[in-house]
Design a protein around this ligand. Structure first.
Ligand SMILES: [Zn+2]
Length: 392
């Protein structure tokens, strides 16, 4: 450094410290900096409201959940555990919704165990009508369809069983979108051995394996393959062009974005949400993943699969043998926001139990982020626009 410049800087520093010495002398107490708000991370477009289209919340946890969601910009959450009407829990979740000013809204569900009864079609129509009348925003169908309901002949009720056509058709007539989870991660359909990349998750939850014999099934019954269940799902989507179907977990095929792209191309009634699948999505070339959002800007929705149990236990997308703890919630949201909003590489994904790898962000432009975070959900479910100024 130039000597004179160094001297000048030294002198300036001396003057500054003299100035603050005088200040101290006059005020008698050291100056207190105004509290600085925590820095807003670059990967958090905090001014964009979010609608989470895939959560599970029991009514007793609504106040806590709504307050928690608000901390992360989630202004509306759709509860996939909204319950059945007529005593199956829907009345309770709809009532709880009012206690949080509609920040949590219900999907409803229906019971497929009666599918072999001749009255099933009437039951389905009546139930969906009740769901709509009570204020459910959509119908949720869980993976038990395809992997859970066993028929009297000992086979599993497939996703595309024709007796269920009425459910999908009538939901379409009522304008109710259907959130449907079919199948599960592909690794759950392969042997649960140490080389399975989901070994940690399968070890914590042995019942999540869909490989080999069905434990409670009849002699010789084996689980279907991943592909068989996915094909049932595809036939279902194809059969109901007038019903809007929201494929859970990135269209039930997060391991295969090209397949998701083909599905979105082929079926204009199909939408997908991202619940609990950022870990899978983040493994792919970020440019390619961004292209999918660019190509289908109105048909990909933000979902997290944030799950709260009746006693307040947490599963953030998925959990190990022990439930997740509350202090992990910021990480869960932040790693998702980081994925959608930045081009950072090689960072931890939000749900560690799902596997030991890192992800790369896709840096969606703001216009796409707005669609993805809330506008598409507003349009699909007919929700209030959370970006509109509140009524006076
Ligand atoms: Zn879920």
């Amino acid at each position: 450094m130039d000597k004179r410049l160094g001297l000048g800087l030294g002198l300036a520093a001396a003057v500054v410290s003299l100035g603050s010495a005088l200040f101290y002398a006059r005020s008698n107490s050291p100056p207190v900096d105004p509290p600085t708000p925590p820095p807003e991370p670059a990967w958090h477009f905090a001014d964009i409201p979010r609608i989470d289209v895939h959560t599970h919340i029991p009514p007793s946890q609504y106040r806590w959940a709504a307050a928690t969601f608000a901390r992360f910009g989630v202004r509306i959450a759709l509860n996939a555990s909204g319950g059945h009407p007529s005593g199956g829990g829907l009345e309770e979740t709809i009532a709880a919704s009012e206690t949080v000013d509609g920040a949590i809204l219900s999907y409803c569900s229906l019971d497929f165990t009666e599918v072999e009864s001749p009255d099933f079609a009437a039951y389905a129509v009546r139930t969906l009508d009740d769901c709509r009348a009570q204020g459910a925003v959509g119908l949720k169908i869980s993976k038990a369809l395809g992997l859970g309901y066993m028929l009297s002949d000992g086979t599993l009720l497939p996703v595309d069983d024709p007796r269920l056509d009425i459910v999908f058709e009538h939901a379409g007539e009522l304008g109710m979108p259907i959130l449907i989870h079919s199948g599960d991660p592909q690794a759950f359909f392969t042997p649960s051995t140490p080389d399975n990349e989901r070994y940690a998750e399968l070890s914590a939850h042995p019942g999540w394996s869909f490989y080999g014999p069905i434990p409670e099934g009849p002699e010789g019954a084996v689980w279907p393959t991943w592909q068989e269940v996915f094909d049932q799902f595809e036939r279902r989507v194809a059969r109901h062009p007038n019903t809007r179907i929201l494929g859970a977990h990135f269209g039930n095929a997060p391991e295969d974005p090209e397949r998701v792209t083909r599905m979105l191309e082929r079926y204009p009634n199909l939408y997908v949400e991202t619940g609990a699948r950022v870990p899978e999505m983040g493994r792919f070339d970020p440019d390619r993943m961004r292209e999918i959002f660019e190509r289908f800007p109105t048909r990909i929705l933000f979902g997290t699969d944030f799950q709260v149990g009746r006693r307040g236990t947490l599963a953030l997308g998925s959990a190990g043998a022990e439930p997740d703890t509350e202090d992990r919630i910021p990480f869960f949201y932040e790693q998702q926001f980081r994925y959608f909003e930045t081009d950072e590489e090689d960072f931890a994904h939000p749900t560690p139990i799902q596997g030991n790898w890192t992800i790369d962000g896709i840096a969606l432009p703001r216009e796409l982020l707005e669609r993805f975070y809330f506008r598409n959900a507003v349009d699909l479910f007919g929700l209030p626009d959370p970006s509109a100024p509140a009524a006076p």
